[in-house]
Design a binder for this molecule. Structure first.
Ligand SMILES: [Zn+2]
Length: 204
């Protein structure tokens, strides 16, 4: 048993260790958050616990585009006013939100849930590539708009997709320049992103 576990009550220590598992939260931030939760009314802690407990029971992956959604299909896939022939391929659900916030995209999406990263053992089978191909096979898609980040793995994933899809009778476009190299699209400002979507370019 170490010093901290003797001094800190077990329930508090457990919360600190659980918070530490989140990205960007170190021991110090986790302790500050846990103590803050403890100081607030008990009802607020219960509210937070309920929200966490409900997360997985009420949210699922859309079986079409693979974004997180309360319903299947998600609101975007179910929206017939959006252009079904245009599909924007992004790395994560957060990227979909960034593109939606840019405000000028009216097509559908496909979430890869990752990028190719051979060093970490992530190949095409680990991300939703065959699901994208199955959607293309269904015949409704006329344009695949690749909007992976301009990071090294994002670029590698885009090149892989271009290669894999180039023989298909569809238009393949990429997010235009304006997004700085190495930047995750989630962090691009919405006007730059809107312009990059507007002037997306043909990839072959
Ligand atoms: Zn969907």
């Amino acid at each position: 048993m170490n010093m901290t576990s003797q001094v800190i009550p077990q329930a508090l220590e457990r919360l600190i260790q659980d918070l530490c598992k989140l990205p960007g939260i170190g021991q110090k931030t986790a302790s500050r958050l846990a103590l803050n939760i403890l100081r607030r009314p008990a009802g607020e802690a219960r509210e937070l616990a309920n929200a966490l407990a409900e997360l997985h029971s009420s949210i699922q992956l859309c079986s079409c585009c693979f974004t997180f959604s309360q319903n299947d299909p998600c609101a975007i896939c179910a929206d017939h006013k959006r252009d079904q022939a245009l599909v924007c391929v992004v790395e994560q659900p957060g990227d979909l939100l960034a593109i939606e916030n840019a405000g000028n995209y009216r097509g559908h999406y496909h979430i890869l849930h990752g990028v190719l990263s051979p060093m970490d053992g992530i190949g095409p089978a680990e991300i939703k590539v065959k699901e994208l191909e199955a959607r293309i096979n269904s015949g409704t898609i006329k344009e695949v708009f690749i909007a992976t980040s301009s990071t090294v793995p994002g670029e590698a994933t885009a090149s892989f997709l271009l290669d894999r899809l180039q023989h298909r009778a569809i238009r393949i476009t990429r997010l235009a320049c304006g997004i700085p190299m190495g930047m995750d699209i989630k962090y691009a400002d919405k006007h730059t992103l809107a312009r990059a979507i507007e002037s997306r370019s043909e990839s072959r």
